[in-house]
Design a protein around this ligand. Structure first.
Ligand SMILES: [Zn+2]
Length: 262
């Protein structure tokens, strides 16, 4: 018999999910359902709906595997107007619900649900990806959560507008203090069509960027950038972001069977 797509399996058997959903950043709760482009592009499954319901309470943190074990974090939505990685993250959650994972995988599909609800880039007038070193900000709370949950590696996924920086499908990293940041990016570059953009020292160019703050905290991190104008979805950009996420998982040998679905 022809095997059914995994997303359909997830639809049929929601009780088999080996995952937990919790919320952090309750002050950043938002109604993702008000963002039509997100809603038109995420899988219509009970699991997606659970994530959307959680986002109304705060930043949803979806965990596959034992929470106390060392794990990796896939993050999207630091910039609420960057839609492709947020959609890709929900797709990834649905895919992972149907496979066996080797390690603990945490996914935050909407870092700041309130920003996503309104398609906003900033949080209280500031770029959330420049304030991860400031106590109490949504991104600083994600760092605290990572430490608390024994998260050892971060992939932070964004999209970049043509003509902006980096303005191309790329993966950003640094070489010190965590050479693993560079090694993860090097792997993602080889697995996808992304260009590696490596900096010698974390935090030297963009202080307060989540990737840099994680690297400085010695949690090796990379930033994936797919190409898409802000607030829209360029054709192929969701797939490009998802490929970067899957390459990040593959580097960590995170799952046993192929995630490819028809
Ligand atoms: Zn961004």
């Amino acid at each position: 018999m022809h095997e059914k797509p995994m997303v359909e399996k997830a639809l049929i058997a929601p009780s088999t999910y080996k995952l937990q959903i919790e919320t952090i950043n309750h002050f950043a709760a938002g109604d993702i359902k008000k963002n039509k482009l997100i809603m038109d592009n995420i899988p219509d499954t009970p699991l997606s709906n659970q994530v959307l319901l959680a986002a109304k309470q705060g930043t949803p943190l979806v965990t596959f595997g034992k929470k106390q074990n060392p794990g990796i974090l896939v993050l999207a939505g630091v910039h609420g107007n960057e839609l492709p990685p947020q959609i890709a993250a929900v797709k990834l959650i649905n895919k992972l619900a149907a496979v066996k994972t080797n390690i603990t995988i945490h996914i935050i599909p909407f870092a700041i649900p309130l920003s996503t609800e309104y398609g906003l880039r900033s949080w209280k007038g500031q770029d959330p990806n420049r304030t991860a070193d400031i106590f109490g900000t949504p991104t600083n709370n994600i760092l605290s959560t990572a430490k608390k949950n024994n998260i050892k590696y971060l992939g932070d996924f964004h999209s970049t507008r043509p003509g902006g920086y980096p303005g191309r499908l790329s993966v950003l990293c640094s070489e010190t203090p965590c050479m693993l940041s560079f090694q993860m990016a090097d792997f993602i570059e080889k697995e996808t069509k992304s260009t590696i953009l490596s900096f010698t020292k974390a935090g030297s160019i963009y202080p307060g960027a989540l990737e840099d703050v994680f690297n400085i905290a010695e949690i090796p991190a990379v930033t994936g950038e797919a190409m898409s104008p802000h607030g829209t979805i360029m054709p192929g950009s969701i797939e490009a972001s998802l490929e970067q996420m899957e390459a990040f998982l593959k580097f960590h040998r995170a799952y046993k069977v192929s995630l490819q679905i028809t």
